[in-house]
Design a protein around this ligand. Sequence first.
Ligand code: NAI
Ligand code: UGA
Length: 538
Amino acid sequence: MEYTNQTGALAILNGRGNTTSDETTLTGAAPPAARSVTPPQKRLSRPLGAIDIPHRKVTKICCIGAGYVGGPTCAVIALKNTHIIVTIVDVNPTRIAAWNSDSLPIYEPGLDAVVKECRGRNLFFSTDVDKGILEADLIFVSVNTPTKTQGVGAGYAADLGYVEAATRRVAEVATGDKIVVEKSTVPCRTAQSMRVILEANSRPGIHFDILSNPEFLAEGTAISDLMCPDRVLIGSLDTPAGRSAAASLADVYAGWVPRNQIITMNLWSSELSKLAANAMLAQRISSINALSAICEATGADIDEVSYACGLDSRIGPKFLKASVGFGGSCFQKDILNLVYLSESLHLPEVAAYWKQVVEFNEHQKKRFLHRIITCLFNTLTAKKITLLGFAFKADTGDTRESPAITLAKYLRAERAHITIYDPQVTEDQIWLDLSEPGVVDDIESLKKQVTICNNKYEACEGADAVVVCTEWKEFKMQKDPADTRGMDWTRVYEKMKKPAFVFDGRLILDVHRMEEIGFQLESIGRPGKGFRRSKDWE
Ligand SMILES: NC(=O)C1=CN([C@@H]2O[C@H](COP(=O)(O)OP(=O)(O)OC[C@H]3O[C@@H](n4cnc5c(N)ncnc54)[C@H](O)[C@@H]3O)[C@@H](O)[C@H]2O)C=CC1
Ligand SMILES: O=C(O)[C@H]1O[C@H](OP(=O)(O)OP(=O)(O)OC[C@H]2O[C@@H](n3ccc(=O)[nH]c3=O)[C@H](O)[C@@H]2O)[C@H](O)[C@@H](O)[C@@H]1O
């Protein structure tokens, strides 16, 4: 039976070996045979019961962690539930001060308007973590879960120190019953650890319900993702108390999300679904990037291949854009987390399978660098290379795991002079990303080799090559001379060294139009000019 192993793994994970009703469904389910078959997860979802199960109405929410997730998510909850008081707390006073100012700590389209409407009404930002916990009925734990950098599992396992610290604080401070919600992305079974910590450290007689409610928003589109989510996932114990807590949280989301999109399931499935979703999304990018290498060597065009594959309704068109590599704070971290989980479950083949998604991503960045070196006559020494974009994707100022950081470090090693322009990333952030922690004189040598520019045209002046690292709209070719949002690539060409090379790591530039201007454009997933010249069929 196709699902037997999965069920077995679940049984091992929950440490009981008994099967829940969900697991029974899984074992009995026939494997999907044709594309019209109802997806198996439909049958997995428990009846929501949010309306008919007796449950508490939430009136006060506290969110621990005012980051990229906690801030936007709870701002939208406050916007859509004017009867709920939402307080977002954080140990970082600078971050909280920024949330309380006109200059929010994160750039996210639409976020300012949401915060402006609710702040001071039913949305508050505070460093008083204890007060937030004390007053709330429901507490989101939305703290960071980075990859461990040392000790057992270094480089793979999630560092759960922040989750544990927040959980201990809840246990120590709470004087009444609380629903505690894992919003952070965590390894499967973390809710169990949280339960043990809460029960061991709280006052007698206090009851905690723990829910898993992973977040699926993407940066740059956080507000629209939150307003219209594909689904809201709530994992709970399959007990009356667990179901009741899930119903309380479901009510909060039902403030704007249709009930049939609020999915409830067992805790461990919910925790694992988050890692699984990110792993599958990243896997699609590595798959298309692997194909991009074949395109470059054969004359196929990766955009055309993506388009052709995406028209198959089983595959779909999203997340098939080839690039210099995926970045962001979570894809790599969550896959490595899954790799670690697989290894600890003695599933080395499963671990190797997922690990390859991350390894290929690193390879893609190196491939791109090699192409730059080859085109620039095999040396980058003292050449001016301009990086357009430093954020890991457009519409965010976030640079975590940005491919531009890796590229800049590689280019530095080649002794190139690097100039960087990004419309949203701060100078301080770029210096922080490029300097080696603990190396005292590094920043001085860094500043001799790297220039940060706040004008895109100036950044390109005198460059041997321009490398598009982020797909900001302002780097796309302007539609006409009056279009001030796009880029006047003719103006760029005039001030560059010749031959003028542009390396498009985001496939946003049209090869024919760029060549008409005079550029040598080299794009990911398309054969380069050298290849095309050597073939007589073009
Ligand atoms: N960034 C994203 O787009 C997404 C992130 N996630 C997950 O959400 C979680 C949070 O991610 P981000 O918001 O990006 O992290 P972040 O680093 O932006 O924010 C976390 C915040 O928690 C605060 N914090 C840590 N420990 C604390 C404590 N004990 N008490 C009070 N505050 C504390 C930190 O000061 C920080 O401001 C992670 O597990 C991440 O994997 C999930 C979906 C999307
Ligand atoms: O857990 C998380 O943190 C989040 O991770 C991703 O969101 P995010 O990393 O913000 O942004 P994505 O749009 O997924 O992009 C990630 C990276 O992949 C790249 N990408 C994306 C799509 C694509 O087709 N090709 C491609 O190279 C992007 O440029 C970016 O570098 C997921 O999309 C969210 O659902 C998830 O909640």
